[in-house]
Design a protein around this ligand. Structure first.
Ligand SMILES: NC(=O)c1ccc[n+]([C@@H]2O[C@H](COP(=O)([O-])OP(=O)(O)OC[C@H]3O[C@@H](n4cnc5c(N)ncnc54)[C@H](OP(=O)(O)O)[C@@H]3O)[C@@H](O)[C@H]2O)c1
Length: 285
């Protein structure tokens, strides 16, 4: 049996991992810890958890994820996304635990027009992205056994996300405007959860950075349009430019991730984003 600690246990990705964990009843044992049970920014609490737990793996889904909020809550975002990740890296290194850490496409500035590989230079535009990037750098400098999985545009039936917001707006409004000049890939958190557990099941030892999203490319406008079409919602949807919808945090205009490395390492095919959106929409109903 392998013991696995999952931090941020009430978040959407952690809840998807909980669902996916039922596929491994005899091989993997999971301990999910919510933010109130384990604050990753508290180094003493982290050490105590690892000392007691005897964990083979730690999946860190805990994060400050409010991209715009981070521009105000700068200290808090750094405390969780940078120093929290660093605390887990120290504990993992001390207790010989493999760290699987989730990061983001927002470590890139979006100036490329071809998908970002793991080798491409990072340059975060806002506090959320830079705090996540500093978390990555701390892990890479402290841990010997780590996987950093960068992903993008997560949604699922759990928590707050773009799919659920659009379904709610679709019920409440007749007209909606969504930006069409930010390009990336929506990712069903359930698909990501299954892939994270594959790293453990396959005992992958090629440590380092990996990119994972669903296949394909979309703008937020395309994503919204697909949500409404798939769910049979009729709403007047207007494409707008980002400068017509100013937000506190600057976002990359192009953050498509190249997934060649993860597909080769895990020998997997990745679902196309609209196919996964259909699955998630069914799960929500
Ligand atoms: N959502 C996206 O679109 C997206 C895109 C790319 C990458 N990611 C990354 O994917 C990962 C999972 O995201 P998600 O969508 O599952 O986020 P989420 O639903 O916001 O979950 C994050 C969880 O972290 C917990 N948390 C916050 N501060 C903590 C602390 N100090 N100690 C322990 N737990 C803490 C939160 O608990 P409370 O609710 O109690 O605060 C929450 O349950 C994150 O690393 C995120 O950066 C997300």
């Amino acid at each position: 049996m392998l013991n696995i600690l999952v931090t941020g246990g009430n978040g959407q990705l952690a809840r998807c991992i909980k669902d996916a964990s039922s596929k491994y009843p005899n091989a993997l044992t999971f301990s999910f810890r919510s933010s109130s049970e384990l604050n990753i920014a508290d180094i003493a609490a982290v050490h105590k958890e690892f000392e007691m737990g005897g964990y083979h793996y730690c999946i860190n889904t805990a994060a400050y994820t409010n991209v715009d909020g981070a521009e105000q809550d700068t200290e808090l975002a750094h405390m969780i996304n940078h120093r929290g990740a660093k605390n887990l890296a120290i504990a993992c290194d001390t207790y010989n635990t493999v760290l699987i850490h989730i990061s983001t496409d927002f470590v890139f500035d979006g100036t490329q027009n071809v998908p970002y590989t793991e080798m491409d230079p990072t340059n975060a535009l806002g506090t959320y992205g830079s705090s996540k990037l500093m978390g990555e750098q701390a892990i890479a400098s402290i841990c010997k056994k780590y996987f950093i999985i960068r992903t993008s545009w997560l949604y699922s039936e759990y928590g707050s996300n773009f799919l659920k917001s659009m379904l709610q707006y679709g019920r409440e409004r007749e007209e909606l405007s969504v930006v069409f000049d930010q390009i990336g890939t929506p990712t069903y958190a359930m698909d990501l959860a299954e892939v994270l557990l594959l790293f453990i099941q396959d005992k992958v030892a090629d440590y380092g950075v990996y990119h994972y999203s669903n296949e394909g490319v979309a703008s937020w406008y395309d994503f919204a349009k697909a949500i409404f079409d798939i769910n049979g919602i009729s709403v007047q949807l207007n494409p707008i430019r980002s400068d017509a919808y100013p937000r506190p945090a600057k976002r990359p205009s192009y953050s498509v991730l190249d997934k060649t490395k993860i597909k080769k390492t895990l020998q997997i095919d990745i679902p196309y984003w609209q196919d996964s959106l259909i699955k998630a929409s069914k799960a929500l109903k």
